[in-house]
Design a protein around this ligand. Sequence first.
Ligand code: PLP
Length: 446
Amino acid sequence: MTHIIHRNPRTPLATAVRGLGSYLIDHEGRRYYDGSGGAAVSCLGHGHPEVADAVIAQIRTLEYAHTSFFTSEPAEQLADTLVRRSPPGLAHVYFLSSGSEAVETALKLARQYHVERGEPGRWRSIARLQSYHGNTLGALAAGGHQGRRRLYQPLLADVTHVSACFPLHYRRPEESDDGYGDRLAHELDTAILEAGPETVSAFIAETVVGATAGAVCAVPGYFRKLREVCDRHGVVFILDEVMSGLGRTGSYHAFEQEGVVPDLLCLAKGLGGGYQPIAAVMAHDRIVDAIAGGSGAFQHGHTYIGHPVACAGALAVQNIIERDGLVQRSATLGRYLQDCLRERLGGHPHVNDIRGRGLFQAVELVQDREGNRVFDPGLQLHARIKRTALARGLLCYPGGGTVDGVRGDHVLLAPPYTTTQEELQSAVDILVASIGAAIAEVRDLQ
Ligand code: PLP
């Protein structure tokens, strides 16, 4: 009997008792390869002794000091590290405890920026369909994930949603990358004009879509075109790299591969790598200068912002990523993983797409490739693959359903950057077998 209501009580869970490298170990001694890094969190794998030492040393020295009285060395050093590894201008950091808080904070920063500049009429956010930005009310309102929104719809703020860039399903047959990007830029432009540019505060997008659609990358040039539309209308351009940032896609920031720099950047999962709950918003000079030259301070705060132990853990994680060349490793191993997936699943009759960047890869499944018919969402193929893989010792992150305009089921892989080719090979073996078993199960039910 559990008193914890994190999960559905009808779905019993094993108890995780230990983490070691790329593996988690349960109470019965079973080992699971962490092929999804939890939810793209565990970038260094588990049980890294240097991170553990850094966290313990910080707890022994200073566990907490409220940010209205003090700053702390780990918070300052972590901010310096993030800024040093970012493009010029993206020079300010606000630390939080979760990705949802980072999204809320970015939306509020954008709003205050406009007010400080004498445009108090700007409040509206524009986000994209097939997106996920978190589960707190502001972040949930921004997200386009209908399944997660539906129950709470009456509580959600009014956010305008435009199309995401999902070339596999939504680029017209005759459309080039450029033409598709132009059409989406035009859609955003129209949405801003219809809302009234003087009311629009921010546009937010995941640089690479994670939870909703599975490692969906935009077409080349898309983000530059959208940034240009935002600039033209004075709209703050926010990128959400909670899942895709800090090496996950093979560059430190995912936006480096898009030729843009955001005004505000949301980071979380790979920041603390699961060793600490920590998130951050990075802000460009132009945002912070407007506030500094106006009222002086961002009107926001939580009890645990800039928590010294969380910052010390994250600092150790970021230092190890840099010292051990793990961003490059994510890029190289990501190509290897994609090659393995293509080799084993490329010709599979139900595999519609294999996509992603770095160690952020997804496999999309459909009932019938030619007719682009999806499996009945009620059959929950993706959840079956997760269950089957789990029983075979592989953790993977499932998603799917037609209801969000996400066609088909998918499984996301986001293993630790420290993993090996051999581990990836055997993870792909298990995934191939699990997909086969889950599809056989579904066929029996049809
Ligand atoms: N933004 C993105 C892109 C995410 O993928 C997530 C979580 O999966 C969040 C925000 C919310 O982060 P958290 O679950 O830490 O609140």
